[in-house]
Every structure is written in C-alpha cells, then in structure tokens.
Design a protein around this ligand. Structure first.
Ligand code: NAD
Length: 435
C-alpha cells in the first residue's frame, strides 16, 4: 500500500496533529472501519484506492458585508466523497470547529449511509467556519447566499443536494434553494432537502431519524428475543432524534428510564413520560429543573442499567474509558459516530449488540430521498405513505445487515460497512474507469 493512503486528507483549514492522532479523529475512525470491511471483502487494490479518496474537495473564501459595515471573509468547504451511485447528498453545517478532515469523514459517512439503505445517492458534506450564534439573521442570510454562489457549480438536483446539519435549518435551506433558483432562472425545489413543507419539504422528515431509530431498535430487540413491551431505554440527547426516538419507543411499550440534554440528565426507574418531558422542553428550552426523576450526569446515563442505550447527541461519547462499564444490551446509534473504534472492541467482547450509526440514523436521509423524489415528481405523499415506505426500507436494511453479520460472523458495524462498500464498489466495477 502506498504510504499516502495511510494519511487522512490534508488538514488545510486547521492542522491539528494531536486530534489526528487521537482515538477520536473522525477521519481515522471512519477509515479504520472502512479498512476492516475492505479487507473482509477482499476489495481489489484499484477500487480500494478509489474509495479511500474523496472525489472533490472545494474550499471557498466568501466575503460578507456585516451589519456594522465591516467586510468579513468566511472559509467554506464542500466535499463530494463519492457520486458513483447518484447525486451527492449531505448536510451543510455552520460551526467554528469545521475542518476539512471532519467534513471529508462526514462526506464518506454519507456515502456509506446512503448505500446501506440502498438509496440512489452518493455522499457529501459541507461546512462554513463561523459562529452563527454571534451573527444576525441578515448576516447569516448573506453568508448562506454567498457560500451557495461559490459552490454553485457543484450544486443541482442531479449532482449535489445539501440538507441541514449542525446550526443550519429549514430557513437556511430555503435561502440556498432561492439562491440556486435565481441563478437558474426558475424554481428548483429538489436542489436541497430539509426545506419547509410549504416549499417542497416532505411530511414526516422531521420525525424520520428518530422513527428510523425506533424501527431498528425493535428489530434488535426481536433478534435478541427480547420483548419490546417493558424494555428499558436510556436516551442521551433529547433533541430531534432522541426525543422522537424515545416518544415512538414509548408508544410501542418501552419504558424510558433516563433522558438527558446538554444540561444533564433525569433518571426514573418507574419510567419517564416522554410527552410530558417534550412539553417541558418546549416551555423551558432545556431539561434543567425537570422534576419527575432523579438528577444524573450524562456519563452516568451512558452506564445506566437498561436494555437499550440510544446515544443521540454527540460523537465520541462511548470510548475505551467507559465502554467496559456500559450495561445496555443494545446500543442504537442515533448520533453520528458516538462510539470510537477502541470502544467497539470492548463492546464486542462484552456481547453488546450495536446498531451502527450508518444504519441506525439513516431514516433522515431516507426521507430526504423521498423529499427529492416528491420534488422531482411534483406529487406529494401523505405522511402515512412516507412512514410506511420508511419503515419498509429500515426493516429491510436492518435484515440485510443482520444477515451479512451472521454470514461473515462479524458485528453489525462491520457488516453495514461491508454491505455499503460492496454496493459502491459494484457500481464502480460496472461503470469502469472513465479516461
Ligand atoms: P438536536 O440539536 O435537535 O439535539 C441534540 C441534543 O443533544 C439536545 O438535546 C442537546 O441538548 C443535546 N446535547 C448537546 N450537547 C450535549 C452534551 N454535551 N451532552 C449531552 N447532550 C448534549 O440534534 P439532532 O438533530 O437530534 O441530532 C443529534 C445527533 O444525531 C447528531 O449527532 C446528529 O449528527 C445525528 N443525526 C441527526 C439527524 C437528523 O435528521 N436530525 C440525522 C442523522 C444523524
């Protein structure tokens, strides 16, 4: 293997050697899983080389007029990791910690995620280094439009379709869609997903990731011969994914015994009323002060006695430091990258059944795909139809990964990577190399 294949893509934006060397480097974490799956698949060297590199990395520097009349220049990134199976799909985040390495890792993740649920998209990710909390709505709009203009050559329903991510939302998608449409001279709704329903968004998109988590959790419980009714669940992160996942699992009869957000957690052995906790957050913004349970820390929540742990907040929360203490029988990775590779090994030894992120949280991108299909067809589905189709895809994908894991005697994460990498590799073989 050529030595450069061992290296991550260059940290042009913010070189940080320690981060690269740590257990938690996102590109390394993703690539170590990729390498293991590629080895088991006996991937030929040529395709291995192709899949280990991003197709395209764009760096932009966008000048923006601030409200006080000053001009600021913001660095933006868009990475198209692989588009062999279809248009690139992946969110755009606004954050001070955006780096080229991280965006590239996330773009690769999107490639495997779309392939594991077999939707006809490649993978992409984008980001702008900025602090959106310190910017006015007008400044954010100008930044969004200028960044969109600077990556417009890659954007398009057939080529690259962004979505919301950290610190971006429906509003930002509406600005991207409008900017693109103005440049094209006509309205193009399918250029982004995660749009407001009023302008081409899909019903059921908001709940889709949590719904997907609940579907695969039920699959995992059934596989282990455990009853959904009465299964105890701890949920880290009570935002979009965590709260909806908890709500749907509670409706199926699970007992939610712990929830948390950035302010800390609540534990209640008798069960937490999820609708009541959601109503509390709607009123008070955070879980802080929620009275119906005992206070616990986020670390304590992760190692709480439960059947299912649903990490739905941050990456790298299950590491070699706490993996041995995890008591859950099932981990359903609602968040992206909550478990480090070192923790994977420990969880395997303990026999914890992990539904990996690229499968567990793929409900969101699946309904994004439905949104794109509806926009292109100009015909919109009922929420019932969206949910039924999502359920079918998640159940089918869970089974496909489980079957592969049994066949090759590997864990679910390796099986998910094997399935997705083999799908992308097959298309490369069929298409051949353009010269
Ligand atoms: P969100 O912003 O709606 O909620 C995040 C939750 O995590 C909040 O409750 C927040 O308080 C909590 N949190 C933040 N910092 C925390 C900390 N240090 N400790 C504990 N809790 C903390 O975000 P979301 O959309 O629910 O996304 C959650 C995770 O799921 C992210 O990793 C995201 O990348 C992933 N994900 C989301 C989607 C989606 O469709 N929303 C799709 C795929 C993956």
């Amino acid at each position: 293997m050529a030595p450069d294949l061992l290296l991550p893509t260059h940290s042009i934006v913010r070189p940080d050697k320690d981060r690269f060397l740590s257990e938690e480097n996102p590109f390394e974490a993703m690539m170590s899983r990729f390498d293991r799956a590629a080895e088991l698949l006996d991937l030929e060297p040529g395709i291995y080389k192709v899949l280990r590199k991003p197709e395209k990395q764009i760096i932009t520097h966008s000048p923006v007029m601030m409200d006080n009349g000053d001009i600021e220049v913001f660095t933006g990134i868009r990475v198209l990791y692989n588009t062999s199976r279809g248009p690139a799909k992946g969110g755009i985040r606004f954050d001070l910690n955006v780096t080229l390495d991280e965006v590239t890792a996330l773009a690769a993740w999107m490639t495997w995620k779309c392939a594991v649920v077999n939707i006809p998209f490649g993978g992409a990710k984008g980001g702008v280094i900025c602090d959106p909390l310190k910017m006015s709505a007008a400044e954010l709009e100008r930044l969004t439009r200028r960044y969109t203009a600077s990556i417009i050559s890659t954007l398009g329903p057939d080529s690259d379709v962004p979505a919301p991510d950290v610190n971006t939302n429906e509003r930002v998608m509406a600005w991207i869609m409008d900017t693109y449409s103005m440049r094209m001279g006509h309205t193009v709704t399918a250029v982004v997903t995660g749009k407001p329903v009023e302008m081409g968004g899909s019903l059921g998109r908001r709940e889709a990731t949590g719904r997907g988590c609940s579907i695969v959790t039920k699959g995992a419980l059934a596989h282990l011969g455990m009853d959904v009714k009465g299964a105890t669940v701890a949920v880290q992160g009570f935002g979009n994914v965590g709260s909806i996942g908890a709500q749907l699992l509670q409706r199926e009869g699970c007992k939610i015994i712990a929830i948390s957000d950035r302010t800390g957690g609540i534990h209640n052995k008798a069960g937490i009323d999820v609708d009541d906790a959601i109503a509390w957050i709607a009123k008070n913004k955070t879980l802080e002060g929620y009275p119906k349970g005992d206070k616990i820390t986020n670390d304590e929540l992760l190692t709480a006695e439960c059947d299912v742990l649903l990490p739905a907040a941050l990456e790298n929360v299950i590491t070699k430091k706490n993996a041995a203490k995890i008591r859950a029988k099932i981990i359903c990775e609602g968040a992206n990258g909550p478990t480090t590779p070192a923790a994977d090994t420990i969880l395997d030894e303990k026999g914890v059944f992990v539904v990996p992120d690229i499968l567990a949280n793929a409900g969101g991108v699946t309904v994004s795909y439905f949104e794109w299909v509806q926009d292109r067809g100009g015909y919109f589905w009922t929420e019932k139809v969206v949910n039924e189709r999502l359920t079918e895809i998640m159940q089918h994908s869970f089974k496909a990964v489980l079957d592969l894991s049994k066949q090759h005697k590997v864990n679910m994460r390796t099986a998910a990577y094997m399935l997705s990498i083999s799908r992308v590799a097959t298309v490369h073989r069929l298409r051949g190399i353009y010269a």
